[in-house]
Design a protein. Structure first.
Length: 363
């Protein structure tokens, strides 16, 4: 971490925060703006984090990279790719200007999440700025250092309500030696049953996606294991192999939501569901990911109806894109969880300076 007194970009951010706190003017923390659609409406004076950028350290042998918040995601991924490594949680960029700070603050992971883990599972340490302009450091830069680990993970998916993320240390992983994607016809119920069955077997599954009566799987790992699994799916399920360009384009479309499913005027709902839950039977078009644990829904059904169906199976429903947001973007929190969120906000941002109302009205 750069000495706060010697870095002009960091000094400028601290001055902006202190001035806003003195004037009691809320701040809207922003990076590349590619995820502005996610969450409640933006509020406050813009606090642009893009000037504070750069890869601070990268140790390929240690599988750790430390990055300033304003660094473009594309720059980080290019540096990792040169050494045959990757961000295994496959964060969606949703545009070329995405920054690493926005990746962590949004907490969104791509198709590999079910096999590799969530964003928070790869955060080893984080540095935040509080409402007094103080620099707060949590966690470490090596995988064996777990001091403050839970505090670092709080920033993941917080949408900036705890304060600006200045720097983050992330665990990285080697790019798989081999990958192959296969595709087979299957209805939704059969796909859920099969995915849960395969999840308990030693198969190199790294991604799954079902829509329109077709299940697509990605296999990743050692060449022999990938090839053996692909042969099995072809033989037992009549699956067809995708050629490499076709597979790459398909999974990129799922990750970046450029796939045709995500287009159109209907609201897009994101449902986090136990993978063993049956099909929810809601009106609209659906897509399954993460072995059935993530379910996308294109529907104009009332928010209450969708959330009630989700709650019946122990799930939550987020209005991801579009739609009437009067009922709230995020699933209502149980009282105990809501109280915990408020206590955290009180500790990190008692003046409600940062991204007010971005998640819930009182945060």
């Amino acid at each position: 971490m750069t000495d706060p007194a010697s870095d002009p970009a960091l000094a400028g951010l601290r001055d902006r925060v202190r001035a806003a706190a003195a004037a009691r003017r809320p701040l809207c923390i922003r990076g590349g703006g590619t995820k502005d659609f996610y969450g409640e409406a933006l509020a406050g004076d813009p606090l642009d984090m893009r000037g504070y950028q750069g890869i601070v350290s990268y140790e390929p042998t240690e599988l750790v990279v430390s990055v300033r918040c304003g660094t473009p995601l594309a720059e980080v991924e290019a540096a990792l790719a040169e050494r045959g490594q990757m961000l295994a949680f496959e964060p969606p960029a949703f545009g070329p200007s995405a920054t690493i700070g926005g990746v962590v603050a949004a907490g969104l992971a791509g198709p590999r999440r079910a096999s590799a883990g969530a964003v928070r599972d790869f955060v080893l340490g984080a540095t935040l700025l509080d409402a007094s302009g103080n620099v707060l450091r949590f966690g470490g830069q090596v995988m064996k250092n777990v001091a403050g680990y839970d505090v670092s993970r709080l920033a993941c998916g917080s949408l900036g309500i705890l304060g600006p993320i200045l720097e983050v240390s992330l665990k990285v992983l080697p790019v798989p030696a081999s990958e192959c994607s296969v595709r087979m016809p299957m209805d939704e119920g059969a796909a859920l049953q099969a995915l849960n069955h395969w999840g308990g077997q030693p198969l190199p599954l790294s991604a799954s996606a079902w829509r329109d009566g077709v299940l697509t799987l990605r296999l990743s790992g050692a060449p022999a294991a990938v090839d053996a699994a692909a042969v099995r799916f072809v033989r037992e399920r009549g699956a067809a192999r995708l050629d490499e360009p076709q597979a790459r384009a398909f999974w990129a479309g799922i990750r970046e939501q450029t796939d045709g499913f995500f287009g159109g005027p209907l609201p897009l709902w994101r449902l986090s569901v136990p993978s063993v839950a049956p099909a929810l039977g809601l009106d609209g078009a659906s897509m399954l990911e993460w072995g059935g644990a993530l379910r996308w829904l294109r529907s104009d059904a009332p928010a209450g109806e969708i959330r009630a169906a989700a709650a019946r199976v122990g799930a939550s429903a987020t209005l991801f894109r579009g739609g009437d947001r009067a009922a709230g973007v995020f699933h209502p929190l149980p009282p105990a969880n809501a109280a915990l969120h408020r206590r955290l906000k009180d500790v990190f941002d008692p003046a409600r300076l940062f991204n007010p109302g971005r998640m819930y009205p009182d945060l």
